[in-house]
Design a protein around this ligand. Structure first.
Ligand code: ARG
Length: 579
């Protein structure tokens, strides 16, 4: 059920009857204040302008044509022509009954499944995943889960950085280590970070090492077997590390989703040739460059986009052009979504413009780069370890579980050690994820252990706890998930909870459209809060003698529990039966 869509459709039909073009915007929104009812239809004002009539009069005509008597208990015209709609308890109850007997919880069938390629996580290899990789990984995964629940065909693409110049330096260093006779597994690859630092130091300080490294990059990229063998060692080790993190994070990425930069190698030269032949790329100081006047600066100087370096090397940019072609043509993507930090915004604009000019992207493939802000420490600076190093993701997650363990122990006394461990894992990981997912993607946010592990406010522990409370009510009442009874909404708290329950689909649509899981986070928090208000005002177990009332309220509780579980699952956050 999508109430907003339903009202929009009805309004559009009415507009047509009034002689307006079919695409006239009905401007239906959820009401922002209770005195405006549940939904507002705001399209009368601009429609009146088009028809050159009085907006209030048009609103009246519209209300008559809409014939909302079945679903609304009140339809009011306010101000210059706003139409405020308050939904009828009986109608809401009917829709809830449908949702209660539906595995999709009332979310309608996807009328037009799309193929959506989602590029997320994409760590640069030969380094362990650090906090900088968290946002792309979990925001991307939440969007992927939501699209799949909706019924789109999702193709995950983990565009791992496995082909950059850093590999020349790593191979050169590894070669020297091997010559010294060190054992590969134990010394070289056990601590990738450390190994990387050593190589980087030599690259910066040691005469001749940088040249040797550059040599190795060229060799590697032109298929030299020895270099490729050493390179593969780094890749395998890093991928193993990433998989451990994905598993801890409850992220759905697998090896099958890895389509790394190196995979595009054979496509690069032909694409560059094609761009040159088409006159899109031109030579400039030995390099091949696309000059984009669309992105010109204030002085009108076009934005340069280098696709091949002097000396023939390819770049991150070239690989992304190839990725456009592969995804749009081979994978037949209707939409490509890419999650990276905001600093790459210009890069992806350049990629899209160039790819469209060159026909690498089909005209009907949407290309959405979804940027996100930086995770900051409590001092307001980018999040670092106490000694100023980058925070390894695996270590951060371990700390989360340890801290959650303490919080869980404080809260409850009747749990076994095994239960505590399990709950602490879910709460700790859930807290880190929810804290991140609940922020507006595009802004920076401050990472705070205390805030994310609190049982008050919009946090994972609050929602997980709310879920256990509902489940405990259902256990005490001895009803199963499949329990069915008529729903009767009497109290306003019941009605408000009902409206919220029926807004699940609207929320998911918005999450998918804007790639913003924070909207689902807010929805779940509001749902849980409305449930708590309802539960205080409308006793359930104490009313067991008044069976009809109590049964109806149990139905609301079951729906709330199912939605919390489903919604958190779309965020990749686990729930538990008790805590
Ligand atoms: N590896 C890149 C980074 O760590 C992200 C890659 C994103 N995807 C892409 N198609 N460029 O910043």
């Amino acid at each position: 059920m999508n109430i907003k869509q339903l009202l929009a459709n009805k309004t559009q039909d009415a507009f047509i009857k009034l002689g307006l073009p079919a695409e006239t915007n009905p401007a239906v929104t959820q009401s922002t204040r209770p005195e405006f009812g549940d939904y507002q239809i705001n399209g009368a004002m601009s429609a009146a302008k088009q028809l050159k009539t009085n907006p209030r009069q048009l609103a009246e005509q519209l209300v008559a044509l809409l014939a909302l008597d079945d679903l609304a208990s009140k339809v009011e015209i306010a101000g210059p022509g706003f139409i405020n709609v308050t939904l009828k308890p009986e109608w809401l109850a009917g829709e809830l009954a449908k949702a209660a007997s539906d595995a999709r919880l009332g979310v309608s069938a996807n009328p037009q499944p799309q193929t959506v390629v989602v590029d997320y996580s994409a760590p640069n290899l030969a380094k362990e995943m650090h906090v900088g990789h968290l946002r792309s990984t979990i925001i991307g995964d939440a969007v992927v889960r939501t699209l799949e629940f909706w019924g789109d065909k999702v193709i995950r693409q983990n565009h791992m950085g496995d082909w950059g110049t850093q590999f020349g330096m790593l191979i050169a260093h590894l070669e020297d280590k091997l010559a010294e006779g060190v054992d590969l597994e134990s010394v070289a690859l056990a601590d990738l970070e450390d190994f990387y630092r050593q190589a980087k130091k030599r690259f910066d300080d040691e005469a001749g090492f940088a040249d040797k490294s550059r040599d190795y990059v060229v060799k590697l990229q032109s298929g030299d077997a020895h270099c490729q063998k050493l390179w593969q060692l780094f890749i395998d080790t890093s991928v193993k590390h990433s998989n451990e993190v994905y598993q801890k994070l409850n992220v759905t990425l697998t090896d099958a989703d890895i389509k790394p930069e190196s995979a595009y190698n054979p496509m690069l030269q032909p694409i560059v040739d094609q761009l040159v032949a088409a006159g899109i790329a031109v030579e400039d100081q030995g390099a091949l460059v696309v000059f984009l006047s669309e992105l010109a600066d204030k002085e009108g100087k076009p934005s340069p986009f280098i696709i091949q370096k002097t000396g023939g090397g390819f770049l991150y940019a070239t690989t992304d052009l190839a990725a456009c072609q592969y995804r749009s043509q081979q994978l037949a993507a209707d939409r490509i979504i890419i999650f990276t930090d905001a600093r790459q915004a210009l890069h992806f604009k350049q990629v899209e413009l160039t790819a469209r000019k060159a026909g690498l992207l089909r005209a009907d493939t949407a290309y959405d780069h979804c940027p996100f802000g930086t995770m900051m420490g409590e001092d307001g600076k980018p999040f670092k370890t106490r000694t100023g190093g980058t925070v390894k993701l695996a270590e951060l997650l371990e700390e989360a579980v340890v801290r959650a363990d303490a919080v869980v122990r404080e809260k409850s006394s009747e749990l076994s050690e095994q239960e505590i461990a399990e709950i602490a894992r879910k709460v700790g990981i859930g807290a880190v994820k929810f804290a991140d997912l609940s922020k507006n993607r595009t802004s920076d946010y401050i990472f705070s252990w205390d805030a994310m592990l609190a049982f008050e406010g919009a946090t994972a522990p609050y929602l997980q706890y709310a879920y256990t409370r509902v489940r405990s009510i259902l256990r005490k009442a001895e009803v199963a998930d499949s329990f069915q009874a008529p729903i009767v909404l009497t109290a306003e708290q019941e009605r408000l909870l009902a409206v919220k329950i029926l807004r699940f689909e609207e929320t998911l649509q918005q999450v998918m459209k804007d790639a913003q899981p924070n909207l689902l986070c807010s929805y779940l928090y509001e749902l849980a809060s409305l449930f708590m208000t309802f539960y205080e005002a409308c006793p359930i177990l104490r009313e067991r003698f008044n069976r009809k009332v109590s049964d109806s309220r149990l139905m609301l509780s079951i729906l709330t529990a199912k939605l919390l579980r489903q919604g958190l699952d779309l965020l990749g956050i686990e729930v538990m039966e008790r805590m």
